[in-house]
Ligand binder design. Structure first.
Ligand code: ADP
Length: 464
């Protein structure tokens, strides 16, 4: 399909609309003018007929000579100059105005026999004439009276008006279409400017914005929307950039360690014990790297996940008790007390059950990681519309100024400690992402050296 620009399409529509309007206007105005002129003419004819009938009533005439004499003798201004043709009811001519006989106007058709008035247009001799006719009874004899009005002037006016319309309508159409073309072109000019600016935006410099037109119309709104979109693209581009940089930075350290360890041990003969030690370190770093890559993959997958999860009522108490057996071993390793506090009755949250499990495992793992002595408590509180699932510990706690950064990717309060525990700073960002897709939020309260409490606020199921 050939591409037609909007302003050509607009102009075409404008042309068609204007053409229809102008043609309808021309036809109706012509018809209206014709009708009103005919109406005036008929009115005039009715008047003349009544004058003639009065003249017939007041004059005694039966023969042609008497008619001729009476009509030529009268000085009545409403009779003189009126074109009249009178016959008896058999069509025998009694009187005819001179003009009619000069032009040899034939005897016109008889009026209706019932005495009603007839009005019609006919072609006398070349030019059309308008005729009013009536059969009247004058002192006992029936006479057919016809009053005639030439339409020469009127038809002339019609022709003139017709010509005027035929000439002016196309000119008006031409002028209005050119104006429409100019207007649509002018209105769409800023669109072209926006297009050129957008085309000029370089992917390497996403800080560029489109110039917002000074007018506050659709186009300025469009530019503002596009600029906001550019802002979002820039931000996500930046975060991807940052993420890639962080990820490679995180991977670089264990890789460097592995390479150095291998190179150093290859430099000279090593005992079996020395080699075993190096291999153990290499294995540990490789496992950490594998874990990091796994976390990264999960985050990337969660980022790309657009389809909505299957959210359904999940019994939170059941989930917590299931987790207990999984966490018991790692808590016992550090001599920590693991407590699960749930009410007797089941409490249902709207969530994806495997998501909920993963999220709580991340929080509980952290609690165990960052607690040296004391206990880890998992509990659930029933609020009106939401359930609050808390993971509280008696561990090292988090400094207040660190709280805002907790959920950032690769962020760790204590690099050394976290690394020693095998963390890369991705757990909480993943937890937050999982929470978001389950329409839940995570809040934290913490006091250094006393402990932390992570609370998941999740929608309560209404059905159960
Ligand atoms: P990591 O893999 O380092 O644990 P997370 O994203 O899970 O990464 O946590 C980020 C940082 O938040 C941790 O490095 C730690 O400093 C802090 N943190 C998380 N949970 C706790 C907790 N329960 N107690 C104290 N600090 C915590």
């Amino acid at each position: 399909v050939r591409r037609i620009s909007i302003h050509v399409k607009l102009t075409a529509w404008y042309f068609v609309t204007m053409a229809v309007i102008l043609v309808v206007y021309a036809i109706s105005s012509f018809g209206l003018m014709r009708a009103s002129m005919l109406h005036a003419l008929d009115h005039e004819l009715h008047y003349k007929m009544s004058e003639v009938l009065e003249f017939l009533d007041t004059h005694e005439m039966t023969t042609r000579e008497q008619f001729d004499r009476a009509f030529s003798a009268t000085s009545d201004s409403s009779i003189v100059g009126v074109f009249v043709q009178i016959t008896d009811d058999h069509g025998v001519l009694l009187y005819e105005s001179d003009v009619l006989s000069w032009h040899r106007v034939p005897i016109l058709p008889p009026p209706p026999a019932d005495g009603t008035t007839a009005l019609y247009t006919t072609h006398g001799h070349g030019w059309p004439v308008r005729v009013i006719s009536k059969r009247v009874n004058v002192n006992g004899t029936l006479e057919d009276v016809r009053v005639i009005e030439p339409m020469r002037d009127m038809v002339g006016s019609f022709r003139f008006y017709q010509m005027y319309l035929l000439l002016l309508t196309p000119i008006a159409l031409l002028i209005s279409t050119s104006f429409g073309f100019w207007m649509s072109r002018r209105a769409l000019l800023p669109v072209e400017r926006i297009r050129q600016q957008a085309e000029a935006i370089d992917p390497s410099d996403l800080t560029t914005r489109l110039q917002v037109p000074a007018t506050s119309d659709e186009l300025s709104r469009l530019t503002i929307t596009l600029n906001a979109m550019l802002g979002r693209i820039e931000r996500s581009f930046r975060s991807i950039h940052q993420f890639t940089a962080d990820a490679s930075h995180e991977l670089r350290a264990p890789l460097a360690f592995i390479i150095t360890a291998a190179d150093v041990s290859l430099r000279k003969e090593r005992t079996r014990e020395e080699l075993t030690e190096v291999l153990r370190k290499i294995s540990r770093e490789s496992k950490r790297m594998a874990q990091l890559v796994e976390d990264l993959l999960q985050l990337a997958r969660a980022d790309a996940e657009t389809s909505k999860r299957d959210l359904a009522p999940v019994d939170v108490c059941e989930v917590l008790h299931e987790l207990e057996s999984d966490l018991k071993a790692s808590a016992a390793k550090k001599n920590l007390l693991l407590q699960i506090k749930t009410p007797e009755t089941p409490l249902h949250a709207v969530a994806d059950s495997s998501d909920l499990r993963r999220l709580l495992v991340i929080l509980a793992d952290n609690a165990i990681k960052y607690t040296e002595q004391g206990s880890i408590t998992l509990s659930v509180a029933d609020q009106k519309t939401e359930l609050q699932i808390s993971v509280a510990d008696t561990g090292i706690g988090i400094a207040p100024d660190a709280l805002p950064h907790l959920f950032e990717r690769f962020w760790r309060a204590d690099q050394v400690r976290s690394r020693a525990e095998g963390g890369a700073g991705l757990g909480l960002s993943l937890a937050q992402q999982i929470a978001a897709r389950n329409h839940a939020t995570i809040t934290v309260t913490s006091e250094p050296e006393k402990g932390s409490c992570f609370t998941l606020h999740i929608k309560k199921s209404a059905s159960k």
